[in-house]
Design a protein around this ligand. Structure first.
Ligand code: IVH
Length: 673
């Protein structure tokens, strides 16, 4: 026997690799149960690619390497469907389903029908023709008789086998199903398009259709398309099972993906229950569906029922209520949230969408309005999916009448009239009248009383809400005018607790400048910044009169923080509340400006990790900062000390790796002294 040549060796190895890869594709895409890791799979594919590159004469169109890379087409050619691709009748309520079932039972003269039930996928129908197990043609539905030949594009879709599995498939097998883009892939694609300044797709179905109808298959290859089969067309030279559900199983055995939600139910009640169940599951499915399909399971019964016009009498789609409808924007109002954020809301001509009547849709912020370019009077497409708040998807530009004005966020808060501010680089616009604005009252007062602000013990969230609702407290200064009778009038307030709160209020009057500044709730001024400001300006008066430039002279204060501070103190209402607070007796010890020598930890960076037992992490942080240290959240080469409490995390490990000095809690306390 002559020794086998390298060419023959390659041929055998290539055949083996293709079998293996097809098998693993099947395990991965169809059974969702891979046997090997992605990297092992990649190695097999790489080996096959290398061999084929060496021996190009051994490349065949059904090789797993041949999914991508075909040259762009001039135009699509036609595909004739020998068996027409039909559509489905629709049912929009349960009565219509009951009617459908009754008619079918009468025609068949049976008591109960077995139905194969499946989700109705929201993608586009496709016909895949396999001859001797090899994918030879893929066509869109078109008008049902003639579609477009999208074979090259379809070959790029991973979930569509180029070659069928096994050997008992019919000689000619036309598989029908739906090409879809799943929700995650759609979001990702749109994110990319947004970043590249390209137009986004409106929904996954449009994205799938747009991706498939590309003359350049390389574009299709880059799009996250997938496929589910739900039936067959022409079948020659082979036998299929006599039930739809069994045929679908056969398809799965040959390597085609079928929907895991498919099943068989008894009678029309089974159909109605299935609709209910899938509707509840809808949001958690990874792809979009627009209803469910009920199909008479027995093929013999299907044949007896036949067709009317362009739809079978043996199947019907029970559609979900539409999730998108058109309506008109009657006004754009601005709401002020509890944190002072301004949110524009579109007031809509009421429209029934996603199962409810919708008359408002959030517009989020100015960026979103600019992106949509939505104006008062515009006709828009509103979407309400699941329990998500209604959104405006797009403006129907062709319906715009005249030249309505562009919407701009107001310069003054619609609730309290204070100036609004939008921080550069951020989407939200805020009201700056924090101490006074009615919309922010509850949040403001809760913050003011919180532990790290004025620390008014016993003045919890519930009590603040009651006091505001009762009209007793409008701003933080009103707290200091409360009397025992008013407090004990509140729910679940005994005399004793009222007295305790009065005592806590009295105690809180003696505070520090840093706490007071933090309590004001100025945007972008957290605890640390408040401490820095107190240290730098020493008096409230100096802080209140500082301009942006002098504010930026304080350590760690940049233009954004400086701007927020100036705007805050520029609001007359805020100043009034501050005056009232001082008049109520709030006071603090004079701030000692520490000279450089008094800041022994200046220039040192600390990181705290784990639980401290003697003091809270915040107190430790404040104490370190008071001595001039910087406290950072992560360990790097610039870190000087890592303080390790109980149950430290990875920061302790990293510190050791970097050879950074580690301090225990007691060592920290020593240093602080
Ligand atoms: S069966 C003769 N099953 O819905 C019956 N169609 O309105 C042919 N569709 O063009 C269709 N999911 O694009 C069937 N599980 C499913 C389906 C489904 C989605 C689409 C398909 C068809 C359209 C009919």
């Amino acid at each position: 026997m002559p020794p086998i040549s390298p060419h023959e060796q390659a041929r055998d190895r290539i055949a083996q690799l293709r079998d293996d890869i097809n098998h693993h594709n099947y395990r991965y895409y169809i059974l969702d149960d891979p046997e090997i890791t992605d990297s092992e799979y990649d190695r097999l594919l790489r080996e096959l690619q290398d061999l084929e590159q060496h021996y190009p004469d051994l490349i065949t169109p059904d090789s797993p390497t041949q999914r991508v890379g075909a040259a762009p087409l001039e135009s699509f050619s036609e595909v004739k469907h020998r068996i027409p691709m039909l559509s489905l009748g629709n049912a929009f309520n349960n009565e219509e389903v009951l009617d459908f079932d009754r008619r079918a039972r009468e025609r068949l003269d049976v008591e109960v029908i077995d139905y194969a039930v499946e989700p109705k996928l929201d993608g586009l129908a496709i016909s895949l023709r396999y001859e001797n197990g090899v994918l030879v043609q893929a066509g869109t539905r078109g008008d049902g008789t003639t579609g477009e030949d999208v074979t090259l594009n379809v070959r790029t879709i991973d979930t569509i086998p180029l070659r069928l599995v096994g050997d008992d498939y019919p000689q000619v097998l036309e598989v029908r199903g739906e090409i879809i883009m799943n929700k995650a892939g759609f979001e990702k694609l749109n994110r990319q398009r947004r970043e590249q300044g390209e137009k986004e797709f409106v929904n996954p179905r449009n994205a799938a259709a747009g991706s498939l109808r590309q003359l350049d298959p390389r574009i299709t290859a880059a799009r996250p398309l997938s496929f589910f089969s739900y039936g067959v067309g022409e079948v020659l030279g082979g036998r299929l099972e006599d039930r739809h559900s069994a045929i679908i199983k056969q398809l799965q055995g040959w390597g085609l993906r079928i929907n895991p939600e498919s099943k068989v139910v008894k009678g029309v009640q089974g159909c109605l229950d299935y609709y209910q169940k899938i509707q509840e599951k809808r949001d958690s499915l990874p792809y979009e569906i627009d209803g469910v399909v009920f199909k008479v399971d027995s093929i013999a019964q299907q044949e007896r029922l036949g067709f009317v016009a362009r739809a079978p009498r043996w199947a019907i789609a029970r559609k979900f209520p539409a999730q998108e409808e058109m309506t008109v924007v009657e006004a754009i109002d601005v709401q002020v949230g509890r944190t002072g954020a301004l949110t524009p809301v579109a007031r809509l001509q009421p429209v029934f969408v996603g199962g409810v009547t919708v008359s408002n849709a959030t517009l989020h912020n100015q960026d979103e309005i600019d992106r949509l370019d939505v104006r008062v009077g515009d006709t828009v497409i509103v979407r309400r999916a699941g329990d998500v708040i209604p959104q405006i998807v797009s403006v129907v530009r062709s319906r715009r009448q005249g030249r309505p004005r562009k919407f701009k966020m107001p310069t003054h808060c619609p609730v309290c009239g204070s100036a609004t501010e939008r921080i550069e680089g951020e989407a939200k616009t805020f009201c700056t009248g924090g101490l006074y604005c009615e919309a922010q009252r509850k949040e403001m007062i809760k913050h003011f009383a919180s532990r790290r602000a004025l620390d008014i013990e016993g003045l919890g969230e519930k009590l603040v809400e009651q006091l505001v609702d009762a009209g007793l407290v409008h701003d933080p200064a009103d707290l200091y005018a409360l009397n025992e009778a008013q407090l004990s009038g509140m729910e679940r307030m005994a005399e004793k607790s009222a007295q305790n709160i009065l005592a806590a209020l009295e105690k809180s009057k003696q505070t520090t400048l840093a706490r007071f500044i933090y309590a004001l709730g100025i945007h972008n001024v957290g605890e640390t910044t408040a401490q820095t400001l107190a240290q730098h300006f020493a008096t409230l008066e100096q802080l209140m009169t500082a301009d942006e430039e002098s504010l930026q002279a304080a350590p760690d204060v940049g233009p954004i923080v400086a701007h927020s501070i100036v705007t805050f103190f520029a609001q007359p209402h805020n100043r009034e509340v501050i005056d009232k607070l001082l008049a109520a007796g709030l006071h603090w010890p004079e701030v000692e400006i520490k000279s450089e020598d008094a800041l022994p930890l200046k220039g040192k960076t600390f990181v705290l990790t784990g639980t401290l037992t003697q003091m809270s992490r915040n107190d430790a942080k404040a104490a370190l900062q008071a001595l001039g240290a910087k406290v950072s959240g992560s360990v790097s080469k610039k870190t000087d000390y890592v303080v390790v409490g109980e149950n430290p995390g990875s920061k302790a490990v990293k510190a050791e790796q970097l050879g950074i000095e580690i301090l225990s809690e007691s060592e920290l306390l020593q240093r602080l002294e």
